[in-house]
Design a protein around this ligand. Structure first.
Ligand SMILES: Nc1nc2c(ncn2[C@@H]2O[C@H](COP(=O)(O)OP(=O)(O)O)[C@@H](O)[C@H]2O)c(=O)[nH]1
Ligand SMILES: [Mg+2]
Length: 403
């Protein structure tokens, strides 16, 4: 019998990890590995919390709290077992491994939602009439990576945006237009929470990209090396600034067109060039302990017309005066990736340049998917000349809500 497994909490350090087992095989699977402290038998009455251990071959894997929700009551419409384990990746990973070894298939929270949409039985989603926006909010909620994201998606799940759209239906097209224009401003934050912006660390080898990456990510994740060109593979992690997640990418040594003969190096370069076209923001690193080189200039040229922040690194070392005035456009951030000096300023600049240095009302209607954004943009466009296409507008408003 099938059982699906999803990790409901973001990977990483946290108070608890929530692992969800869903599907017809979920109950029998948990009964095989869970030993309750209180109940003699592992019957698991719905809704009750059971403290106990996950065990495998007589060995305790972790102490957990388990709760069972039958299909008719669960959000997904599937029999669901929620396992609350200790926070941290190790504990969650061991439990996941134990369950997948016994046949559970690990899927992403989003895939669970898709599965729910496809299931033929009436689910609570359908019977309680969740509209399309609320379903999208539920998906966002399951993959939310910060408390801010959770609160904003929760508000939309409870109907903040849907109610706003429903009320608009009876208004004049002028009113619809002006309210939607105001609503559109919420998209910057909503979309950034749902689809984190990407930040690429670029710079010639040895400028300290991996060191800065490690500092921002908060642990020794990438091997740094004093020999230029050590980092080959781009590495990606999520960091959180002002409760907003960003994907940060440590590029392979980007060396301009100078390096010859090293095939791997060239491949990494091509990859980084490709990444440059796909990233939202680039941090271009310079080694402030020495004069700028031609490679630095090549990179600057490559970044023309792109959103980027010049970063002069290694300010803890003696560095030539007027480093910046020689060639840099704009205002660089001076910092030391080794000591952390100046990094707070970098974080502020990242938020400012991406338009995300905002405080937000966590319960107000917020646009948070590209689908919503596109439809609302279309309506604003359609209402440009007053009085026209009113029927069309209503249809589009309905389209926002209907699945
Ligand atoms: N003094 C000093 N050394 C740094 C700083 N950032 C990086 N380094 C050193 O510079 C060398 C290259 O760093 P790395 O992060 O591997 O550079 P990458 O090639 O751009 O990824 C390493 O020896 C780092 O320890 C800094 O802010 N100050
Ligand atoms: Mg590196």
């Amino acid at each position: 019998m099938k059982a699906y497994l999803t990790l409901g909490t973001p990977p990483g350090e946290g108070g608890i990890s929530i692992i969800q087992l869903s599907g017809p095989g979920a109950l029998s699977l948990i009964q095989k590995v869970f030993r309750s402290r209180s109940a003699k038998k592992t019957s698991l009455a719905p809704g009750r919390l059971y403290l106990g251990d996950i065990r495998e071959q007589g060995q305790r894997i972790d102490e957990v709290i388990v709760r069972r929700t039958p299909g008719r009551k669960s959000l997904s419409g599937l029999e669901t077992i929620e396992i609350n384990a200790h926070g941290g990746l190790i504990s969650a990973r061991r439990i996941i491994r134990c369950l997948t070894r016994r046949g559970a298939r690990q899927i992403l929270p989003r895939q669970l939602i898709e599965l729910t949409g496809k299931s033929n039985r009436p689910t609570r989603q359908q019977s309680s009439g969740l509209d399309r926006i609320q379903q999208e909010a539920l998906a966002g909620l399951l993959s939310a990576s910060t408390p801010l994201a959770t609160e904003i998606f929760l508000a939309q799940y409870q109907g903040a945006l849907s109610d706003k759209i429903k009320k608009l239906k009876n208004k004049s097209s002028d009113a619809i237009r002006s309210e939607l224009k105001r609503l559109l401003k919420t998209a910057a934050l909503g979309l950034a929470l749902n689809h984190p912006k990407t930040i690429l660390l670029a710079g010639r080898p040895n400028t300290g990209k991996s060191t800065l990456f490690n500092y921002l990510v908060g642990r020794e994740r990438v091997i740094t090396h004093h020999r230029p060109g050590t980092t080959r593979d781009p590495v990606e992690e999520t960091i959180v600034l002002n409760e907003i997640p960003f994907r940060i990418i440590d590029s392979a040594g980007l060396t301009g067109k100078k390096i010859k003969g090293d095939v791997i190096e060239k491949m990494s370069m091509a990859e980084t060039r490709r990444q440059l076209t796909q990233t939202d923001l680039t941090l271009l690193l310079f080694d402030g302990s020495g004069p700028p080189r031609n490679q630095d200039l090549d990179l600057l040229a490559l970044l023309k017309n792109k959103l980027f922040i010049p970063v002069i690194n290694k300010i803890d070392r003696p560095h030539p005066k007027n480093f910046r005035r020689e060639f840099l456009p704009g205002k660089p951030i001076h910092l030391s990736a080794l000591t952390g000096q100046g990094i707070a300023r970098l974080k502020q600049r990242i938020l400012k340049i991406t338009g995300l240095n905002l405080t937000s009302n966590r319960t107000k209607p917020t646009i948070f998917t590209f689908r919503q954004y596109q439809i609302i943009k279309n309506i604003i466009k359609a209402t440009r000349s007053t009085g026209q296409k009113k029927i069309n507008v209503k249809k589009q408003l309905n389209q926002l809500l209907n699945s």
